[in-house]
Design a protein around this ligand. Sequence first.
Ligand SMILES: Nc1ncnc2c1ncn2[C@@H]1O[C@H](COP(=O)(O)OP(=O)(O)OP(=O)(O)O)[C@@H](O)[C@H]1O
Length: 699
Amino acid sequence: MATSPRQSDLLPITHTRIGIWDLYEKRGHGLPRRSDLSILKTFVQIRNDTPYVVRMFKEILNIRRNRMLIPAFLVVRVLDSLIPAVSLWYDGQLLRLVETMMETPTVDTTVVIHVAVGRVACAVASHLLGHIQRRIEIPINMSIKQFYASDIFHSVVRLDIPTFTDSAVQKQFNSATNQRTMGISPAWEVFRRLASLATTTTSMLSQLFILFTVLRRQQDGPLLVILGFSQSMLGWYMTQPSRDTFPGMGVWAATTTNNDYIRMQGLSMLGYDYSHRKEIVAGNLGEYIASQFRESAQRVGDGAADFDEAYEAHSMRPFPSISSFLRETMHELPEIAFMLSVVRKPTTVPLSFISLALIGHTSNSFISTHVSQSGLFHLAAAFAGVRNMYELKNVRNKVVDGTERFPENQQSLSSGISVEFRNVSFQYPDKERYALRNVSFRIEASQLCVIVGGNGSGKSTILKLISRIYDPTEGTILIDNRDIKTLRLADLRAAISILFQDYTHFPLSIRENIGLGNPGLAQDYDKIREAAKMGGSRDFIEELPEGFDTYIDRPVDDYYADSPEGVAIDYSDVRNVGGLRTSNVSDLSGGQNQRLAVSRTFMRSLVTDKESSAGMLLFDEPSASLDPTAENDLFENLRKLKGTKTMIFSTHRFGNLTRHADLILYMDESVQEQGTHDELLGKGGEYARIWNLQAKPFL
Ligand SMILES: Nc1ncnc2c1ncn2[C@@H]1O[C@H](COP(=O)(O)OP(=O)(O)OP(=O)(O)O)[C@@H](O)[C@H]1O
């Protein structure tokens, strides 16, 4: 494990090699190192986040189910926290019994029975309270999660792409949802931690009180108490904050350039992810992948660790700290004091022995408490989780909403929308290369425009800019002669329908997959069937056993018993009786998938009494996997819409479509050629060359 700090004066960034990982740290900037966070700073953070927590308390106490459950939970916690003190009190009775025995050698059996029954009752009560606590806690957590689920979902679902993909925002919603706390809502996490803090304090104080009452009259009692607790106090002071968010330092990033490790991860995804299974089976790749994985794994050797694991191994001290030795030695002090007292006064052995046991018992329960520095950091993190939960809705989208209504007159949509690019250039976030450079063109309302060009020439990017998925880096886009940025986003997107090249199917029923093409009509089954017909998907959907209610990819998995090692389980009986599916995936062909996507787009072209349809349809390679009949039907259906909608197609294919276009843009980062089919052929440029190569021979 080599460490090679490399620091330049300009950039105070250190580079540390940890196994296969390269860690880059920017010290003295940005966030402080976790261990530098003083308790004071943590308190300040907790204080700043307190208003959010207060608001959360009010809200969760207002949930009907919780009005009874939360007070019940608190009562149970407080009762539970008092049991150790009661138990200690019984121990004290035992001590007094021994004391009396030493003075008068008689045993009061009622006291013995009393103590025994008391101890048993404490154990039973503790078990019972623990059980009740768990029974109450689960429904509280479920109702709190449910209470916040819709708001959190709304905060996330409204984010645009540049904001959604921003890693800082991702981090915020991981903290606000339950990623860190494994299914426990951040709100309940804070509540639990605060309740635990309060009840631990009650428990400690009540035990201390009983201990001092019991041992007050013992000769060595106070000394043993002090020695016993010095160890736990020292432990409390020296507890290091646990390293749950490694490395807990300022601004840092870690990467690996180990090709074998990267390959291992890639092969692993290839093997485990369903989406590659077809190719693995058909290509007979299983054995090959496994052998490649083994080879890469052998080359990486023991260094094949996740960064967390590698960092933990790297940051562990070679030897335990002096303070930890000190703490452990302190543990022995009460015993040493006890032995000394035995040597001095052998007659007090039984008494000192019992005192020692009492102190040991209490100080051990102190050690296991959460009242420590790391507890405080966890509390601060839980408070921050609640703040993030509320603040998520204030995350500003990077694509800023406009204020003007569009269109001013809904009827105008029925004759299409004009679009103009003026010197538009665009770089994707964090990319140096321009996807579009100085692009200018104008498409009049209700025209048909076809954008052609090679892979990566910027065709899809133009469509993304028209629907404001992104904003141009430079230049202006005009929609119906108005700056696109001034228009209300919701209006703009309602007026445009777009079919992406990399469309996805939603993990919902086919009916909703099509219906969501037009949320205003998503419940209108007749319109959905009409759109399915126009997109060429109705026939095959109706043949599916569950028709329009079919889930292409069911989002909820069934659960199955784990098979004990080496035992093959036959699930068929339980499956048959329960009607469980053997697979969650209804495979459709590439063309069928595309027809579904086209049907979704057609939803927008359907008009209702209530709302007018979209004025512009954007298609990114709509016919790539359609058979010739389906392609022909699609273009027929689209042609019917001509004159009522502006339509823009991005495609590699030069054929029927380009011949009917009012405007063809031939792209290669910028517009290389533009005009009608005849004009471009007349020019004899690149368009003409590719047309002659690709389409002409088939006409
Ligand atoms: N989300 C993205 N993030 C970063 N770069 C991107 C992204 N999408 C596209 N690019 C890059 O922008 C450039 C233009 O891509 P675009 O998708 O517009 O091309 P295209 O002409 O539609 O290509 P194709 O015909 O292959 O679909 C390419 O260099 C591509 O790598």
